[in-house]
Design a binder for this molecule. Sequence first.
Ligand code: KIV
Length: 281
Amino acid sequence: MGNTRVRDFERSVRTTDLIRMKRQGERIAMLTAYDFTMARLLDRAGVDVLLVGDSLGMVVLGHDNTLPVTVDAMVHHTAAVSRGVSRALVVADMPFLSCHTGVPDAVRAAGRLVREAGAQAVKIEGGHSVLEVCQRLVEAGIPVMGHLGLTPQSVHQLGGFRKQAKSATEARKLLESAQALQAAGAFAIVLESIPEAVALEATELLDIPTIGIGAGPHCDGQVLVSHDAFGLYDEFVPKFVKQYADLGRQMTAAAEDYVREVRDGAFPPVRKRSLSGSYPD
Ligand code: KIV
């Protein structure tokens, strides 16, 4: 508990602000965060939405995909992020299968992310298969962000992390799903790895904001996995990623300096004894 101890309620970004931002043509900046320190740094930078993505399974826990991430892991990381945030909207991913074993299970899992971990909304991957869950969560007072296109929890079904909605039929299906999610009460939709023309059509069609990742420049906002954007994760970096910093290389170089100085005896520095024979503070 105590997850909101640094939150600034006056300046907090709310789900309704994102819809207003779309109406006013203001772009939404979203990044992922998985711990207190990262959340604090990104919040200070003015990021509007911090997503505790189940990408943590890959970039934090070292799995090949997001499927091993559990509700308990999401609660643990979301609570840490919530403790670091003053302004940004905190959205937590509903992990693999948490929406597919029945509506009560989904409501319980989302409820834990909100009540125990301090999330202000949850994100759900999928279209028609999650509409009932979306509607019931919204009825229960839990805002829902949708996620269409490349949905990493379906990596085996999709045959890998591939671009989606490339054919006219798939594009039409995606647009129908987006409208259905909006009708079910979703307040925003992530569009991942789809052609920019499809993302543009979805953005024009919907009243709620679209947040793109690998979906071109026409969405109402953009999201990146922070470890990709800041050069912290180099196992697999999607082509659409822009790397804004090279923190991984910097951290390794800093650690090399530290190792050398410890081995050389340069750190900590040797302090001279005072004339009285005691050591100065
Ligand atoms: O888990 C995640 O980080 C995500 C983003 C890629 C949108 O779902």
